[in-house]
Design a binder for this molecule. Sequence first.
Ligand SMILES: [Fe+2]
Length: 310
Amino acid sequence: MSLHRLQAIRIGVSDPTAQAAFYGEMGLTSNNGSLFDSPDGGTQIHVSEAPFRRLLGVDLGVDSEADLADIAGRLTAVGAPHTLISNELVCVEPHTHIEFRIRPLPRLEQSIPEAFAPNAPGSWPRRNRRSPGVFPGARSPRRLGHIVVGTPSWRGTRDFLIDALGFKVSDEFTDIIAFLRCTTDHHNIAIVGGEVPFLQHYSWECDDVDHVGHLATKLLTVDADRHTWGFGRHFIGSNFMWYLRDPSGSFVEFYSDMDRIDDDAEWESVGRTAVGLENVGLAWGPRMPMEFIVPKDIDVLKSGWASLDR
Ligand SMILES: [Fe+2]
């Protein structure tokens, strides 16, 4: 796979100041209030003002200029306009209007968090001590892991990402959702259907389930209405999850323990077990809220896109 990194997203929101404050609460760092960094991923979000919330762009990394040339060739093959200038390949996915910028980047390297084995029936590695997991540990997530994008053309957007950019399918339900990867994560972009393009959620990797819990709890202590869905464990991707709402109305997920795919053949032969629609949401946890399928602000999004079309 020539793609190896989801580096950043560029989003437009109506209130960049509120968005910046939220990212500060999350523990992301910023020097200017518009670019926000995670500890492991570097700059991961570019925020600009827009009349309605939308995903403007996605930055991806490859290993080499040869990789860029390969992708440019595939874009040409599918008839997609693009530019390749100064080691940066730029193209626009036609159905979502997301601008993809692709350039050579170093591979992601992450330090290993300090792990501890839990007590279990017949096994008590921790004795005469409280669990480290109970102590306050709200801290920044490690990195941006994936995004989920709504599109008016599920097939068109899916095929563009696979055929032109080189994403791989990890799991999918035709016309409903496609989980695609450009790294060893189970998914980095998922595609869902929608009346208009929208950013359904964006997701941040945490060390473990306690990291997820402490971070989400910190943000919910400030505003309990931020809670959207969770706590639970997804079937697809296997990750623990907790979803909150950011100030713009997009959902933010904190996750840990996602499936890793570093042998495509083994995933296809062993890992990718059959899944049914009952598996789309959860292995366990609270029921998926309706706003997860139809955003509460769908009318705002529709009028926003209509105004752009005029
Ligand atoms: Fe997610």
